[in-house]
Design a protein around this ligand. Structure first.
Ligand code: HEM
Ligand code: NAG
Ligand code: NAG
Length: 560
């Protein structure tokens, strides 16, 4: 009897293994026009890939968070195939500007893999995690807020907030003695960027000092800043906690995880209360017909869409449910500060490591502000000053070329099509040679991974020194135009970042002001170390919702 059972199990197992092997083989054949890197054991666009991204897959393999352009060199192709094991799904990796342009541009054939974005759908559906007609409705509502008037506000608010930040830095005792202070800038930068999006997007004009209090204001569970940071911090636990567990832990004592689940829920409830407050203030403006006085255009658009009546919605297609209103509010608070803070922290680390680059930003900023950064800026400052901070802008672009917060985007293929890419050989000095066009047929049901960081390190567009930090490569000259299509930090096509100009304006303003006011350097304890080690330390990062810097510790010394 037992033998029979064993034999049956063996046959069953063999059938599964053989079946899977054949399926993987046939999936591999489906994209055989691109060289294959084999099986993908982990879905490259799910939470697990973020959790173990540092160790597995290995850096020379496709799917690693740190593979850069290596796998493409290994296979001599800007398109590399693989098969996702769990779904036996043919998966094409792309680090090719031409191919990616097609994928990003043809939004009906290549649709977002929205499953992943459920993580950020805590309160409901939103702009980042929807597709097709649903997505267009969300985008139509939010888009008009991201205009030049908004950028001008971003500039003036950033000036106000960095001034408050600098005052807090100067209040630190060491700085008063004209010594330098050493700190990890990430937390402060997250504070700056959160204050800017809260103010410009949502009309919440809190000061730096107001943050200093963690005491919840009347009617609230937590102070605003801590509530947002806690919600971001708990994003994965929140997404992974089943609703029943969440409900149960409120009712009874569950050892260890009960406490954690309650903390997570507390943060999200606290944030919801703040959002309710923002929304009801804004509703009152709309009801009283005073919207023209309200400069938080993003919140106003979201709230007006939520109040749109059914008849009007038939023609305007601009309506949002309550859940969608809160979900978008949360999304913008999150997307509007996290990526920018991470990018800025990497940029500050680079400035400490490359004093010559810092000097050029200083020179540029000194021309604008010979007497130091002004305490306030008028709404015309943005238009006047942004075009004069070209080197600062180039430095920011170069930072997010090397450390794009979003390193890859996955798209599901909805119709059979072909994608252009290139075969090549690599010379001993890292130059690309013998480039040949190829066309890779992909079938509906396959997945394409837009490998942003891979593209950013492709020597075909960026030269053999693609991995080095050189802001100059983002400055056009008479004989050189930087390769626009090979820069994808904000994605491209209809699903490109809605906040690109917002982020760039804010970042350029922060970097120029910071460098004009402080000299940034490598911290004392790293100064005697070799350059490579300083770099490894300051630029270390971990995979997360976005690529997250872990050790941006620098010294700041006030310039006289
Ligand atoms: C350096 C800063 C930033 C970077 C590198 C960045 C990057 C990106 C990327 C790559 C995407 C496409 C994501 C995907 O396809 O899944 C995206 C989308 C988006 N970003 Fe940003 N972003 C930044 C700042 C911002 C800011 C400041 C805001 C808001 C104020 C924002 C709001 C959004 C939204 C709402 C989307 C979804 C757009 C849509 O699907 O229609 N981002 N961003
Ligand atoms: C938006 O309005 C249209 C037209 O009235 C309606 O069909 C649709 O269900 C509404 N959607 C939401 C989310 O309210
Ligand atoms: C960036 C910053 O200063 N954040 C502060 C906000 O307030 C809390 C509570 O005092 C501080 O711990 C943070 O450092």
């Amino acid at each position: 009897m037992f033998h029979l059972f064993l034999a049956a199990s063996a046959i069953w197992l063999t059938k599964i293994i053989v079946g899977k092997t054949l399926a993987v083989r046939s999936a591999t054949r489906e994209i055989s026009a691109a060289p294959s890197d084999g099986v993908l054991w982990i879905h490259p666009f799910r939470a697990l890939s973020m959790a173990c991204g540092h160790w597995f897959p290995f850096p020379s393999q496709i799917g690693s968070w740190d593979s850069k352009f290596r796998p493409y060199v290994k296979h001599g192709s800007t398109a590399v195939g693989s098969v996702l094991f769990s779904r036996t799904m043919p998966t094409l990796w792309l680090a090719d500007a031409e191919g990616i342009k097609t994928v990003a541009g043809e939004a009906t054939v290549f649709q977002k893999d929205i499953e992943t974005y459920k993580t950020v759908n805590i309160y409901g559906e939103n702009l980042v995690g929807t597709e097709g007609a649903e997505w267009r409705r969300h985008r139509r509502v939010a888009k008009p807020a991201f205009n030049e008037a908004c950028n001008a506000f971003v500039w003036t608010d950033t000036v106000r907030i960095v001034n408050e930040w600098f005052a807090a830095l100067d209040a630190v005792e060491a700085n008063q003695n004209k010594k330098s202070i050493t700190l990890n800038v990430l937390k402060d930068l997250a504070q700056v960027t959160l204050l800017v999006i809260s103010s410009v997007g949502f009309g919440r004009r809190a000061s730096w000092q107001q943050n200093a209090s963690t005491v919840p204001p009347p009617g609230q569970l937590m102070a605003f800043g801590p509530a947002v940071f806690a919600a971001v911090h708990y994003l994965f636990p929140k997404a992974l906690t089943p609703k029943w567990l969440s409900a149960l832990s409120e009712r009874m004592y569950i050892p260890v995880i009960g406490r954690m689940v309650r903390d997570v829920n507390h943060a999200y409830e606290a944030l919801k209360l703040h959002m309710v407050e923002l929304v009801s203030l804004s509703r009152a403006w709309v009801v009283e017909g005073k919207v023209s006085n309200m400069d938080a255009a993003l919140l106003r658009n979201l709230v007006e869409a939520n109040m749109e009546d059914e008849d009007a919605a038939i023609t305007s297609y601009k309506n949002l449910t309550d859940d969608e209103l809160f979900s978008n509010t949360f999304l913008f608070l999150l997307a509007g500060h996290e990526t920018t803070a991470h990018s800025l922290a990497f940029a500050v680390a680079y400035l400490a490591l490359y004093p010559d680059v810092q000097q050029k930003i200083y020179d540029e900023a000194f021309l604008l502000w010979p007497d130091g950064v002004p305490k306030t800026a008028s709404t015309s400052s943005y238009g006047e000053l942004m075009p004069r901070l070209l080197y600062t802008l180039a430095t920011f672009h170069e930072t997010i070329r090397l450390f794009p917060p979003v390193i890859r985007i996955s798209k599901l293929v909805h119709a059979d099509t072909t994608i252009k890419a290139h075969r090549f050989t690599t010379t001993s000095n890292g130059d690309i040679d013998n480039v040949q066009d190829i066309s890779v047929p992909v079938k509906a049901g396959s997945m394409v991974l837009v490998d942003i960081r891979g593209l950013h390190m492709n020597p075909m567009y960026w030269g053999p020194d693609a991995e080095s930090f050189k802001p100059e490569r983002f400055i056009d000259t008479e004989s050189y135009k930087w390769p626009r299509d090979a820069f994808l930090a904000f994605s491209a096509g209809p699903r490109a970042c809605i906040g690109q100009r917002f982020a760039v304006t804010e970042s350029v303003c922060v970097l120029a002001s910071l460098v004009r006011t402080y000299e940034i350097s490598v911290p004392e304890k790293l100064r005697a170390k070799p350059f490579e080690e300083q770099k490894r330390s300051l630029l270390s990062w971990i995979p997360g919702i976005t690529m997250a810097p872990t050790n941006c510790v620098v010294s700041l010394r006030r310039r006289s």
